[in-house]
Ligand binder design. Structure first.
Ligand SMILES: [Zn+2]
Length: 325
């Protein structure tokens, strides 16, 4: 999962410059998805419906050169697109993979290994389940923020939404142990168990292996605990990154050469993180900064463009914008 700064407005001069650059050096636009399924509630807008995903993939396949993230791109001579997924949701295997295979579209799946085969949800989903999906909550929640006690009323939907949004921001800044402590406190306050919902299930090991067996699929690392790397020491970052790569290699029986930074905006990783990826022998690492890849792009900070649940006309308009961003 990730957060995005909104697009800057583009000047006509910049658009012309981009057009010229693209003529001389064929770009690769890397797209990022999280989920392909139909959800009743999707506060982080992470899910694309199977219908929209199929239409998007068919359009890409019919229009562009589709490339893999783990192959050399130096001989590319026309605009190309790479499809990627972050996190490791079960629907990647059960809903996205059949569409990719039907249409012959290659894709890379970045997996947070600590959640595979777990009954628990990813922490951002768990937060939603605890705060927004429970009918009966105590009237308020109190937290020692380190800067004093803070209280959130939780009677109305608007109040709960506020708690959900504030808590999301707060726990994103915590290392995994403290984050889990805060979630456990919240679950105990709301009197809910830690068992996740089927609709938000993470892939099992069997499902991950099924995904990895597809000829069209590349598996990549996405840390163990999906923690914001920039808040961790360099040693801890190295551990998060290499442990996820080694675990995936053991599970899938192949070398893992690509990686995606959790959340992935400029604030979520550092120059040290990039150095760790280099030292770990990775071929490429991807961020979540809008833009496109050219031959001079840093292979450890490849831009990616987030796709929402857009119908085809909107998808085509957004994609046209990605080429000149
Ligand atoms: Zn993620």
């Amino acid at each position: 999962m990730l957060h995005y700064a909104s697009h800057l407005l583009l000047s006509p001069l910049r658009i012309t410059a981009r057009w010229l650059v693209n003529r001389f050096n064929a770009p690769v636009t890397v797209l990022v998805y999280h989920r392909v399924t139909r959800l009743e509630s999707d506060p982080q807008l992470l899910s694309v419906t199977p219908e929209n995903f199929r239409a998007q993939m068919r359009y890409l396949k019919d229009t562009f050169n589709m490339v893999r993230l783990d192959e050399e791109w130096q001989d590319i001579n026309r605009p190309s697109v790479a499809v990627t997924f972050d996190d490791g949701y079960a629907d990647n295997v059960n809903e996205a993979l059949p569409i990719l295979e039907e249409l012959g579209v290659p894709s890379t799946f970045f997996i947070s290994t600590g959640f595979i085969s777990s009954d628990a949800e990813f922490w951002w989903d768990d937060l939603e389940r605890i705060i927004l999906n429970e009918n009966k909550l105590p009237p308020s929640f109190t937290l020692d923020t380190g800067l004093g006690m803070r209280e959130w009323p939780t009677k109305s939907v608007a109040e709960r939404t506020r708690l959900y949004q504030d808590f999301h921001v707060l726990i994103k800044e915590l290392p995994p142990e403290q984050r889990e402590q805060q979630l456990a406190r919240l679950r105990s306050w709301a009197d809910v168990t830690d068992k996740g919902r089927e609709s938000h299930r993470v892939a099992t090991l069997d499902e991950l292996r099924r995904l990895a067996r597809s000829e069209l699929v590349t598996i990549g690392g996405h840390t163990v605990t999906h923690t914001k790397l920039s808040i961790l020491s360099q040693d801890r970052q190295y551990e998060e990154i290499t442990a996820s790569l080694r675990q995936l290699e053991a599970w899938c029986g192949r070398r893992i050469s690509v990686f995606s930074y959790p959340f992935g905006s400029r604030d979520d990783y550092t120059a040290e993180t990039v150095e760790v990826c280099r030292q770990a022998g990775l071929f490429r690492a991807v961020a979540n900064i809008p833009g496109q890849y050219h031959s001079w792009t840093d292979p450890y900070q490849i831009p990616r463009n987030l796709v929402r649940n857009w119908e085809l006309p909107m998808f085509r308009r957004k994609l046209a914008g990605f080429w000149i961003s």
